[in-house]
Write a protein that binds this ligand. Structure first.
Ligand code: ARG
Length: 460
């Protein structure tokens, strides 16, 4: 036999490159704490069910606790010779307590062990992500509250469409992040299951108690099918797809931050602390944080597609391909968390140039719908009104004038029912305020949205 934990039936050892290629310790040591935690629950169950004697179980428990302590105080010396985190921990446990350590692996396999570690890893981090998202939502609500009456052009096709409240715009992102929160909350349901005790694939002949070890680990219940337990990575895929959607939201917000901080727009200014300079152009203040978040969205999509592709052809149950599940998942978690935090800081410190925003609505035709609606209320069919206003816009474009510049006599040629109040209706602020249909940009509606949002944030 060769000197490996599984070396009994082997006569030849793999070469160095094979061993390196096979090993996952370089990245799965990230789950060291979870691996120890899983083993502590397993041995506690083995003791409770009398599969191990109390004396043996206590020795193993004490050894694992020692390792846990060493891990946090000085770190553990992992070795590539022990392949992965599971065998490294077992080898270190053997150094601590001797051959009795070998009894820990009774009634389990690395297949259910690795799945358990990964569930614990994600389960622990989901609430952190949700908490950070809620902080971001809180900042959006605060900014929205300060900008209910800040008027800006609303865009479709990147063309001025109708004036809107900047607070309304910010609350749209609140809603997007709320759906992200709900998706991650749902993700927790599929993560909150224990694979432990599924063993290699088929369960075990030992009288283990999977409900008990699940309970010790804080999982709601064990997986109901052992094959599914060891081969399911849906919870990780769900995480990655939720993370991808979240990054897409962050990226869209970044895109607008970047544009709106440009000279041409000038609607916003990022705080110095969230900007960077240029090594050659002294005047530059670049929105690098927003660009990085936008860029990192692509990286998280890559993590999702990596795992989807890895899983797509895998027969049941465990296959070594699945060792590839970790790096992308860890990467996505480590990308998403700072992205949310940095976005929170950017929003909190953002300068809003209310005048520039409002100014942009005064020299455009984004009040054209207002005029068409006004004519419709005077009895002109909306289709006809649309055509009339279209012609006025064309004329205005040719002569460099706006709808407010048209004298009343001209308007009265269209319809004698038109009077002075048409100029009030054409004011962008009035146009926004009057859009009081449910969920619209009218100030009253935006205030209502903010109130509901605050209740949502308060409720947890
Ligand atoms: N390092 C492995 C992984 O990450 C652990 C499970 C190995 N199981 C096996 N039968 N080779 O997936």
């Amino acid at each position: 036999p060769i000197k490996r934990m599984w070396g009994g039936r082997f006569e030849e050892a793999g070469d160095q490159l094979v061993n390196q290629f096979n090993a996952s310790i370089n990245f799965d040591q990230e789950m060291a704490a979870e691996d120890i935690e899983g083993s502590l629950a397993h041995v506690k169950m083995l003791k409770e069910t009398k599969i191990l004697s109390a004396a043996d179980a206590d020795k193993i428990t004490a050894g694992l606790e020692k390792l846990r302590e060493r891990l946090t105080s000085e770190g553990l010396p992992f070795s590539i010779d022990n392949e992965d985190i599971h065998m490294n921990i077992e080898a270190l446990l053997t150094e601590e307590i001797g051959p009795v350590a070998g009894k820990l692996h009774t009634g389990r396999s690395r297949n259910d062990q690795v799945a358990t570690d990964l569930h614990l890893y994600v389960k622990k981090r989901l609430p952190i992500i949700i908490r950070e998202l809620k902080k971001l939502q809180g900042e959006l609500v605060d900014k929205a509250e300060a900008n209910v009456e800040t008027i800006m052009p609303g865009y479709t096709h990147m063309q001025h469409a109708q004036p809107i409240s900047y607070g309304h715009y910010l609350m749209a992102y609140f809603q997007m992040f709320q759906r992200d929160v709900e998706r991650f909350e749902f993700n927790q349901q599929h993560t909150d299951l224990s694979p432990l005790g599924a063993a290699a694939l088929a369960g075990t002949t030992f009288p283990i108690d999977r409900q008990l070890s699940a309970k010790y680990l804080g999982f709601t219940e064990p997986y109901h099918n052992s094959l599914d337990a060891v081969s399911d990575r849906d919870f990780a895929l769900e995480f990655l797809s939720n993370a991808s959607i979240l990054m897409m939201h962050l990226s869209r917000l970044c895109e607008e931050l970047i544009y709106w901080c440009s000279y041409e727009f000038g609607y916003l200014e990022l705080a110095d602390s969230y900007s960077t300079g240029s090594s050659i152009m002294p005047q530059k203040k670049n929105p690098d944080m927003a660009e990085l978040i936008r860029g990192k969205a692509g990286r998280v999509y890559g993590d999702l597609f990596g795992l989807l592709t890895t899983m797509k052809g895998l027969p049941l149950a465990y296959n070594k391909d699945m060792q590839e599940d970790k790096e992308g998942l860890f990467d996505a978690i480590k990308t998403v968390l700072p992205s949310i935090k940095i976005m929170t800081g950017m929003i909190a410190t953002l300068q809003v140039n209310k005048d520039a925003m409002e100014h942009a609505t005064h020299h455009d035709f984004s009040n054209a719908t207002e005029l068409a609606d006004y004519l419709a209320t005077k009895g002109i069919p909306f289709r006809k009104a649309h055509e009339i206003v279209g012609e006025l816009v064309l004329k205005g474009l040719k002569t460099g004038t706006n709808l407010v510049d048209i004298p009343l006599e001209e308007y009265q040629k269209i319809s004698p029912k038109i009077n002075e109040d048409v100029y009030t209706v054409l004011q962008p602020k009035v146009a926004v305020e009057r859009r009081n249909s449910y969920g619209g940009t009218g100030f009253e509606q935006v205030r209502q949205q903010i109130k509901i949002a605050k209740d949502i944030l308060k409720s947890d």
